[in-house]
Design a protein around this ligand. Structure first.
Ligand code: ZN
Ligand code: ZN
Length: 328
C-alpha cells in the first residue's frame, strides 16, 4: 500500500510502498486530518517529550472503513477513531482521560497512523460509528475533541477571548456560539479572521507587527481566555485581560513561557490550566454537535501523494480550517 513515512526530523515525508498491516482491526483509510502536532513531530519540536520511533506513518485524525466484521462493527461501516489508548487501570484511564495515562499509546505517534491506505487499530472500543462525509468528519477526531474539551463549563453568562484562528480555535468558537456565549477572536491571519467572523464571532481583532494582545484589546475584560497558540507572543500579556475569577486555558503548543505576577493571580482569583486532547466521551459529544448541525468543519482536501504540499501550506499559514489527506 502507499504510505507517507516519517523517517527523519526536518525532512519531508517519504511516499513509499509498504506492507499492509495485519492482525487487530484493519481500517481502509477514507480521510486523515493533518494536525499541527504532525508538524511539531516532523520539525523535532517534541523530540524530548514524545519518543517517536522511525520509520513511522503519522496521522492521528482518522476516518476509516471497517474491512472485516468485528464483535460490534460490520465490514463496510465507517468509523471515527479516538486516537489514544491507555493502560486501562490507572486513575486517569479509569476517569476516561487516556491522554494523561503514563503508558498512553497514540495512533499515528507511537504506532502507525492514517497517512496510508490502511491502518491497524488495536481495540474496537476506540471506534465511533459514523455516517456522513469522511473528509468533513475526520477533523473531529483531534481538532474537534480538543475544541470540545477546551470550552467545557463556559456558559452564556461568560465573555470569552479566543486567541488564534486555526482549526481547533474555529471549532471552539462554533461550540461557544451554539451556547450563546459572547466571543472575541484575536489573530494575525486575515483569511482565518474573516472565517471566524463568518462563523459567528461577535468581534474579530487583527493584530500585526509587534503590538501585543493586551495593548490591542485594551479596555475589555474576559471571564475566559482560550489560547489556541501558546507562543511567547500570545502568552506575553493576555492574562491581564482576565476579569476577577477569570481563567486562562492554554491549548496550543507553540512552546511559549508564561510569566505571571503572583499578585495578579491572588488579587483577581485567576486560574490557569492546560488542555490536552479529550476523552472518548468528548468525541461522542462533539460528533453529536456535528450531526445536529451546530458545528461544521472547514476542510481543504489533499491527495496522499500531495501530503508534503499540505504540510508546507499548513506551516506557512495557507490553510483555513483543516488540511485533510485522502488516499489515492
Ligand atoms: Zn493533533
Ligand atoms: Zn492508564
Amino acid at each position: 500500500m502507499l504510505a507517507a513515512v516519517f523517517r527523519k526530523i526536518g525532512s519531508t515525508l517519504e511516499l513509499e510502498e509498504v506492507k499492509e498491516p495485519t492482525g487487530g482491526i484493519i481500517l481502509k483509510v477514507l480521510a486523515t486530518g493533518l494536525c499541527h502536532g504532525d508538524l511539531h513531530i516532523i520539525s523535532g519540536d517534541w523530540k524530548y517529550d514524545i519518543k517517536i520511533e522511525t520509520p513511522r506513518i503519522l496521522g492521528h485524525e482518522i476516518v476509516g472503513e471497517v474491512v472485516n466484521d468485528t464483535n460490534t462493527l460490520k465490514s463496510g461501516e465507517k468509523v471515527l477513531v479516538y486516537n489514544s489508548i491507555g493502560c486501562g487501570s490507572c486513575k486517569y484511564c479509569r476517569a476516561g482521560k487516556y491522554q494523561y495515562c503514563e503508558r498512553v499509546k497514540v495512533i499515528g505517534l507511537h504506532m502507525d497512523g492514517g497517512f496510508a491506505e490502511y491502518v491497524k487499530i488495536p481495540s474496537e472500543e476506540i471506534l465511533l460509528k459514523i455516517d456522513g462525509d469522511p473528509i468533513e468528519i475526520a477533523p473531529l477526531a483531534d481538532a474537534g475533541i480538543t475544541a470540545y474539551n477546551s470550552v467545557k463549563g463556559i456558559s452564556s453568562d461568560d465573555n470569552v477571548l479566543i486567541i488564534g484562528t486555526g482549526a481547533v480555535a474555529l471549532l471552539g468558537l462554533q461550540i461557544l456560539k451554539s451556547r450563546g456565549v459572547n466571543v472575541t477572536v484575536v489573530g494575525r491571519n486575515h483569511n482565518r479572521l474573516n472565517k471566524a467572523k463568518e462563523l459567528g464571532a461577535d468581534d474579530v481583532i487583527s493584530i500585526n507587527g509587534r503590538s501585543t494582545i493586551a495593548s490591542v484589546i485594551r479596555g475589555y475584560t474576559f471571564n475566559y481566555i482560550i489560547d489556541y497558540v501558546g507562543s511567547n507572543d500570545t502568552l506575553l500579556d493576555s492574562i491581564w485581560l482576565l476579569d476577577r475569577e477569570g481563567e486562562l486555558r492554554i491549548v496550543g503548543e507553540f512552546g511559549g513561557t508564561l510569566n505571571i505576577p503572583e499578585q495578579l493571580l491572588v488579587l483577581r482569583g485567576i486560574k490557569v490550566r492546560g488542555i490536552l486532547y479529550g476523552s472518548l466521551n468528548d468525541l461522542i459529544n462533539v460528533y453529536k454537535l456535528y450531526v445536529e448541525g451546530k458545528i461544521k468543519t472547514i476542510v481543504q482536501k489533499y491527495r496522499l501523494d500531495d501530503i508534503n504540499k499540505a504540510i508546507a501550506d499548513l506551516a506557512e499559514g495557507r490553510i483555513v480550517g483543516r488540511a485533510v489527506i485522502v488516499p489515492p
